[in-house]
Design a protein around this ligand. Structure first.
Ligand SMILES: [Zn+2]
Length: 425
């Protein structure tokens, strides 16, 4: 066969297999514009949105999905997950030592599936106990071997020795395997070396720990961990690889050090003060505040699965974080939707919407936090976060109006990712 004829055949074959799907949307939420359009037609070719508008012609042979009685939204995005840490409900992180890395990541297959089925078509996964389990999970999803959201992963926690992202709570003479302390760093140059290593291993963002943590033994959420110099080294080095930095911070100083260093987002931001709120606005940093998971920490406290020192760390912080979330909303700080999935069970992240509205957001603002704003934080507004031509065909749908009752987003009835339907009730 001549080469040109062969090429023609290949071209013909690939264009004829590109499946066209048309969705008839009764209502369509466009979070980037803050609008809701009615009676829209969404034309999808393969995994991308080709056209959106009223009364578009339906291409011959298209697979038509009738959602004319439903509200369609872009796929939801959780900006703070830990999908690759294995089965939910282990309580104490030291139980991670009772399993091999492959057991843990295989247990995580369910976490990925239920996250997607609950309407979250993308997640920013911000750290894992066993380094690079998240990379393996992401790649298995991208190959189509398993079902899950688009994962943007951190590879490991970059943390001080014994810090918020370290595996702690063992006797001092226990030697941990390499993957449990992969991101340990104790100077600006060690931080840079970890960033280089993670970039080489194909991560999508960098996670640093700027203050102590609630759910880590021997850690104090009110403390400062990395110094300003170490945080600046992380942000600068990450920028050389085109990577953004997410900083865990509960304490007011930890938050401000991270914002001044130029991180893309502060995770938790529990004890943020007025100066921190002003700095976040000035620097355009996102606050990614997990204001729902206090419910799960308290529940696990009641049923005895949460270690006592974690409950002691958490005392009064839950309500303080919610009041500071309200302040941040009022001040007009950029806020993204992040739940710390893994503290609550996977697949329940949608429960945070009601809390975001209870603490000061409009339903549209809460939806924006989980769509257009989340895409902005990820640097991927050209791919996800709204229903526009050229973007990935990631969509969810519900019966009813989420702008009247944002709690409807806890139970989405339709999920499409990459043009493929994963749930339809
Ligand atoms: Zn977390």
């Amino acid at each position: 066969m001549k080469l040109s004829r062969f090429l023609l055949l290949v071209l013909f074959a690939s264009s004829s297999v590109a499946q066209v799907t048309v969705i008839k949307a009764g209502r369509l939420v466009q979070p980037d514009e803050g609008t809701v359009a009615t009676d829209q037609v969404i034309v999808i070719r393969a995994n991308k949105i080709e056209a959106v508008g009223p009364g578009l012609a339906i291409p011959a042979g298209a697979n038509v999905i009738d959602l004319s009685q439903m509200t369609v939204l872009p796929g939801l995005i959780d900006c703070h997950t830990h999908l690759a840490d294995g089965k939910f409900g282990e309580g104490d992180p030291v139980f991670q030592l009772q399993k091999s890395a492959s057991q843990t990541v295989l247990e995580s297959v369910r976490n990925a599936r239920v996250t997607l089925e609950s309407g979250f078509t993308s997640v920013r996964d911000v750290g894992v106990y066993r380094a690079l389990n998240d990379v393996a999970l992401r790649d298995a999803i991208n190959r189509g071997d398993i079902v899950g959201p688009r994962m943007f992963v951190a590879g490991a926690y970059i943390t001080i020795t014994g810090g918020a992202g370290a595996m702690t709570g063992m006797a001092p003479d226990i030697q941990l395997p390499w993957d449990f302390h992969y991101g340990e760093a104790n100077s600006p140059w060690e931080v840079r070396q970890k960033v280089r290593l993670l970039a080489h291993n194909g991560v999508d963002q960098i996670k640093v720990l700027s203050s102590g943590a609630v759910l880590t033994h021997g850690s104090d959420p009110k403390s400062q961990e990395f110094t300003p110099e170490e945080l600046q080294a992380a942000v600068d080095e990450a920028s050389h690889f085109g990577l953004r930095v997410a900083a865990h911070a509960h304490s007011a100083e930890g938050i401000k050090n991270a914002i001044r260093a130029g991180v893309a987002s502060v995770e938790h931001a529990t004890m943020i003060d007025d100066e921190g709120i002003t700095l976040a606005k000035q620097h355009g940093a996102y606050l990614d505040m997990d204001i729902y998971d206090e419910e799960c920490i308290e529940e696990q406290g009641r049923n005895g699965t949460m270690p006592a020192d974690f409950l002691e760390h958490d005392r009064q912080l839950g309500e303080l974080q919610r009041q500071n979330f309200r302040k941040a909303v009022k001040a007009g700080v950029k806020l993204s939707f992040g739940t710390d999935a893994g503290v609550c069970d996977y697949g329940t992240a949608g429960k945070q919407f009601v809390f975001m509205v209870k603490y000061g957001m409009t339903p549209m603002q809460a939806i924006q936090a989980a769509t257009s704003s989340a895409a902005d934080l990820l640097g991927r507004t050209d791919q996800i976060g709204s229903v526009k031509s050229g973007k990935f065909a990631d969509l969810v749908a519900i019966a009813g109006d989420p702008l009247k009752d944002v709690g409807l987003l806890e139970n989405v009835q339709f999920v499409m990712k990459d043009g493929r339907v994963f749930k339809q009730k």
